[in-house]
Write a new protein. Sequence first.
Length: 78
Amino acid sequence: MKFHYYPETDSLYIDLADRPSVDSQEIAPGVVLDFDAEGRLVGIDIDRASQVVDLARLEAISLPFTSISLASARADAG
């Protein structure tokens, strides 16, 4: 699972699977679910994300992690 935030559009995409999306359904204003060819959920797109979720905090509880990767698009100023 990957979280992608796009500040230029204030959108958050949650990539749930490494499969291409072939269909999308808006389930609420600004919230779109993406599905693969078999109808399985592969992603969630949230518009105006900073107004909907707390982007400064990410908490995972009881997930069976085998790997954690943190990446930043920002360059260090130092």
